[in-house]
Design a protein around this ligand. Sequence first.
Ligand SMILES: [Zn+2]
Ligand SMILES: [Zn+2]
Length: 397
Amino acid sequence: MPFKDEIITAVDRLTSTLITASRFLHLHPELAYEERESAQHLTALLKAHDFDVIQGVGGLPTAFVAKVGVEHPSAAIAFLAEYDALPSLGHACGHNLIAASSVGAALALQPLLPALGGQILVIGCPAEEKGGGKIALVKAGLFTNVDAVLLVHPSNRTEIFKSALAMRALRVEFFGKASHAAAAPHLGINALDAVVLAFTHLNALRQQLRDDARIHGIITDGGRAPNIIPDYAAARFCIRALDLDYLHDLHRRVIACFEAAAQATGATVAVQEEGEQYHPMECNRALGALFRANLEALGEPVEQTPEDEETGSTDVGNVSQVVPTIHPTIALTNHVDVVCHSAAFAQAAGGPDGDRTVLTAAKALAMTAIDLFTDPAVRRQVQEEFEQRLSRRFSIG
Ligand SMILES: [Zn+2]
Ligand SMILES: [Zn+2]
């Protein structure tokens, strides 16, 4: 296909630019919401290629939208760039590769857009690892006129479809009464005991959960000294499930565990929701099939393990609820035990394995955009699937 051959040539020509971007981000790891140098590097690159760039969108200083293409497009396709790193591990989730490959796809497509009649966006999405930056961007309406969203995440496997769990995060505080732990224990109310009981109740609850559900947490405050009955104790928990109905049901049951712990100890309890609610991933099958064919045409073997296994949560899930979206993965190395959030993964993301992943991902992303731009029937199929799933969700309630 002529356009796709041009894409492959264009990405190959961009090799040093894309690898420079990927490695710059890798050498300057920045945490969620603090990705100033990373956003600066990416927006400077896009501006240098005549993209219209708006920085600080959706109320997030390190978010951006870069747009290029015709005025009234047949379709607008957004590639998402992530670029936040992890505390102490650097780019152990390989978000430098997501950023460089999404920018690479956009730069490769740019010269073809007048002929294709399309529009391309690169949406810079801060804070995937903490806080869920994309949720703010969805709320700000950034995806309103977008027809499809694509990004590739590096992983230990090359897979097209993976579920992501809906998630709510809670902070629970118990307020008791301090007293001498030996001389006057009968005058105290032990807030730490309430936290310990909360864990015990949740452990009992866990036995009765569906396989996809997860509840996990840590104690953040457990008292100041062993000879003082703790008057304050606190913990943080995450609740996850494959669908929002079950997630909200679990949330009610978790709150009941906290309240029971408070009642048993005489402490009072306060619960706060932390951050935004992550929604489950809705993988667009039609879009995924296109991506898979392109990846295989590039010689990248695809495997597909069960979609619901070994999943976490991502704010791409929230995007997938408002636009047809895919979030496939490409194996960063040949070793299946080199997994995200490990030191080995961080190292590979800054070396030749990472460079190769950027180029393959950029090509497959741009080739999939070519499929959408050149075939209205394919665009309709993607949109119809999205609308059908949407109406099924609403009819379930
Ligand atoms: Zn991660
Ligand atoms: Zn990640």
